[in-house]
Write a protein that binds this ligand. Structure first.
Ligand SMILES: [Zn+2]
Length: 168
């Protein structure tokens, strides 16, 4: 081990331990495919870069014992199965062995940026992703989702991240 690897190695050992602890009690079935993955080739590049940076931090802070891809959409909004529109969504399988996924619209970045400025606009996307990550955590634990407490938990996530980065 060379100098400088220590803390990182420790970090990943802690993440592995946290992950095994979570796997013992969760509803979802632990998978050999783990982790948060950003699938952003179709997303707005500015949003994608901010989401990729946020995801690095999320992986270090939270466990992802079942693979959850995040698909960035080039569209302004997502169309849900019931025909409603949303800016982001979490697909929660009823089968605990099926992988969930997150979708997020990024096509409205230009208008969001014009209206709110870069940092606030990007913070909005990170908040939307954090919201869906909280639903992922609920799904892992119980197989079910509720809006109860989600706003507080996701705001707290983004707030903690904001304390360590100058810009989203
Ligand atoms: Zn929600």
């Amino acid at each position: 081990m060379s100098r400088g690897e220590g803390p990182l190695l420790e970090e990943s050992m802690r993440a592995n331990r946290d992950s095994r602890a979570a796997e013992r009690t969760m509803w979802a079935k632990p998978s050999t495919r783990k982790g948060l993955r950003i699938r952003g080739s179709r997303g707005h590049p500015v949003v994608r870069r901010a989401v990729v940076r946020f995801a690095v931090w999320l992986r270090a802070e939270y466990v992802f014992p079942v693979r959850v891809p995040v698909y960035l959409s080039p569209h302004q909004q997502l169309v849900m199965m019931d025909g409603q529109y949303a800016s982001a969504s979490f697909f929660a399988p009823w089968d605990p062995t099926v992988e969930p996924y997150i979708r997020m619209a990024t096509g409205d970045y230009r208008s969001q940026q014009a209206e709110h400025g870069r940092d606030h606009a990007l913070a909005g996307y990170l908040g939307a992703l954090a919201h869906e990550v909280v639903h992922y955590q609920q799904w892992l634990e119980t197989g079910e989702m509720t809006e109860r407490g989600v706003a507080v938990r996701s705001e707290n996530m983004v707030h903690r991240y904001a304390q360590i980065v100058a810009h989203p």
